[in-house]
Every structure is written in C-alpha cells, then in structure tokens.
Write a protein that binds this ligand. Sequence first.
Ligand code: UT7
Length: 339
Amino acid sequence: MSETTVAEDAKKPDSTILGTGHYLPSRVLSNADLEKMVDTSNEWIVERTGIRERRIAAADEAASDIASNAAIQALNMAEIDAKQLDLIIVATISPDMPLPATAMYVQQKIGARSYCPGFDLAAACAGFIYGLSVADSLIQANQAKYILVIGVELLSRILNYEDRATCVLFGDGGGAAVVGPSSGDGRGIISTHLYADGSQAKSLYIPAGGSRTPASEQTVRDKQHFVHMAGQDVFKFAVKSLSSAIQTAIRSSGLTPKDIDWVIPHQANIRIIDAVANRCNIPKERFYINIERVGNTSSASIPIALDEAVRNGLVRPGQNLLFCGLGAGITWGSALVRW
Ligand code: UT7
C-alpha cells in the first residue's frame, strides 16, 4: 500500500476543536420500511451491517440547510460568532448543486462575513478528516484563526432505491466543528494522516453526471447518477487500511493503544469496526458507535458521532480521541486529538 503522510511526527498542538454540532433530519427510514421497497430483510441488514435505521432529509432540505444547522450548534458551543470565521470548509459528495460550492450557501445562512472564503471538499467518508487536516495546517501557518469544518451528506438523493446492495447502507445528516488556536496546554489536534489510492476509484463511484459522462436521458434511464459500489472490495480495503492508519497515528505520537480513550470511527459497517478493533488491540467499548441509528452518512459520520459523544459527556478534557474514516477514492485518514 502506498502512503502519503502529511504529519509524520507528534507535535505540540497548534489548533484545537473549540465546539461541535450535528443535525439529523427528523424522518426515520427503518429496515422495516426498506423491506417494503427492495428485496431485503431486517435480519440481513442488522447482521451484515449493524444498521437498524437511518435519517432521510425532507424534500425542501438541501446540504447547506443541514450543514448550517450543525454549524450554528458548533459555533454556539465554541462561543464564536460566525463573523469571526476565516474559512468555511464543507466536506460533501452531495452538495446543494455542482456549482457553486455549498460553502457559499452556508456562508450566507450562518451569517459569516461576506468575504469569508469557503470551499467544498470531496473526499467522501474521509472528508471531515481531510478538512480537519487543512484547518490545522492553516492555523499552524497563521493563515487563519477560526475555521469551520463541516461534513454533510444527503446520500438519499444519490442512491438507487432499487439497489439493495447500497440503499440500505446510507443516510442523511451533518456534523460540524469549529477549529481554532490551541491554548498551549497540550490539548488539540496532535496529528493528521491522509491517504488515497486512486487505482481503486471505481470501487465506489457515481458513473455519470460529470465531465466524463455528462447527464443525458440515457444515463438517467440507466441509473448512472446513483452510487455504485463493489462492497466486498471496499470492505477488505477498509479493514486493512483503517487498521494500519490507526496504528500509524498511535505510533507516530509516541502513544500505545491503551492511551486511546475513544476511537470515533466512520460508521460504515459494524463488522468493519469489529475487525479494526481486533486488529488494533483496542477494546470495542472504546469505539463510539451510532451506526444502528444513523447508518453511513459518509463525510458527516465522524462529526455527528463526535458531537453525540461530546454532548453525552462521554468525551472529557485530557482524553485522547482518534478519528478514522475511509471511503470513495479510495481516500482514508486519521486524526489524533487530545480533547
Ligand atoms: O462508507 C464508504 C465505504 N463503504 C464501505 O465501507 C462498505 C463496505 N462494504 C460493506 O459494508 C459490505 O460489503 C456490504 C454491507 C455492502 C455487503 O455485505 P457483504 O457481506 O459483503 O455482502 P455481499 O456483497 O457479499 O453479498 C452477499 C449476498 C449476495 O447474495 P448472493 O449472491 O450470495 O445470493 C447479495 O446479493 O447478500 C446479498 N445482498 C443482500 N441481501 C439482502 C446484498 N445486499 C443485500 C440486502 N439484503 N440489502
């Protein structure tokens, strides 16, 4: 496996997460609902994935609406006014529209200053970690003070609800974090490690609707605008790569698995989480898991899980948190944070 590592050594944190937030649409799509839509069963879905239900956005909700709801909560927790933001990063593969970036709509909805820069980041399930890494680097370089990093997805809009191999897995939602300067007490983002392997690009992709195969009546008829996935290939890649990423993150910071208080993993499949926990020698009880209720929300899954764990009081000051995620690209990565 070829690796590109952006932060190899442990460092004193320059940036820290000042506040988190999340938003889940109110409509629940249960496994029983899916049984009426495709040839599947609650037993299969629970046993093979760990998912019991997922949320589906309302017809009038778009990515920027869900993102802004999560962002406002994160800003409130951080006690930062939206006008203080220097950058808005929206990690998503289901933006409001191809052009302009969803970050532009978020800028307007949350009341950020009108010249606050922003962009969308398409790294799928690793998107939030990629965003966190960019934010950390810019703060470290004194290019920004406060950066809003959002992961948001309306995957229900890009799923084929006749394809049981994908439609049972994914859901909608958004999570956000305000990243700012560390106060120098050793708490903050200790390391981020980003990886990608483009040779695996077609194991999880949307074939049409871009410049390679623009939208046409035929592509719509052939359902080429929906997510296609070679599930088993991604599964195997995920177990191997996430385990390796976790081990690298721990080792490069001079820690051991025992030092990790919480792993906040991307929630793709409970069997992936089980296998990774085993390989990394970290008890499963130290993995925060909400896949049963939320399903796989790609870029949004880590920040949603993080905010739940923070608001539930599970995450406490001084604890070591390890985020890890892998998705289309294939992209993957880790972030080690001392809370
Ligand atoms: O977040 C982005 C990254 N994505 C992932 O990490 C996902 C990784 N992959 C997975 O989680 C799993 O591969 C899946 C959950 C997608 C599939 O589970 P699996 O155990 O790998 O199933 P499979 O693809 O090997 O299919 C086994 C059987 C097949 O039937 P046959 O050919 O054995 O008769 C499938 O057609 O299960 C069938 N199947 C289903 N049956 C009932 C596939 N989907 C369903 C379904 N309900 N929803």
